[in-house]
Design a protein around this ligand. Structure first.
Ligand SMILES: [Zn+2]
Length: 109
């Protein structure tokens, strides 16, 4: 996968706050729901993406992180949601394990 570079140009300033940039996507359940039209040919699953803090943008295979607002796309065989998120956005507070208000799926395994 690759960084889609859709971030606001002004967004290059690193926000030191741990507050998620897209707070309405804090719930894994809500993120999972965005994947209703996710391409079935994509090598990563909606569940893995949602668990890695990502939700679907509704076009192609572009996803975005609820915490760092980083965007990823161009998923390739062998990519993992968590791995690509970490690779491209290593300073994401969700990736770093901070409590950013993520709400995991209840009863999920
Ligand atoms: Zn992130």
């Amino acid at each position: 996968a690759e960084d889609l570079q859709f971030r606001l140009r002004t967004g290059e300033v690193v926000d030191e706050s741990t507050y998620p940039l897209v707070p309405h996507m804090r719930k894994e359940e809500d993120r999972l729901r965005t994947f209703s039209s996710w391409p079935s040919t994509a090598p990563v699953t909606p569940r893995d993406l949602a668990q890695a803090g990502l939700y679907y943008l509704g076009e192609s295979d572009g996803v975005q992180c609820f915490c760092c607002q980083g965007m990823l796309g161009g998923w390739e065989e062998g990519d993992t949601a968590w791995g690509e998120h970490t690779k491209h956005f290593p300073n994401c507070f969700f990736i770093l394990g901070h409590d950013v208000g993520n709400i995991p799926l209840l009863g999920g395994a």
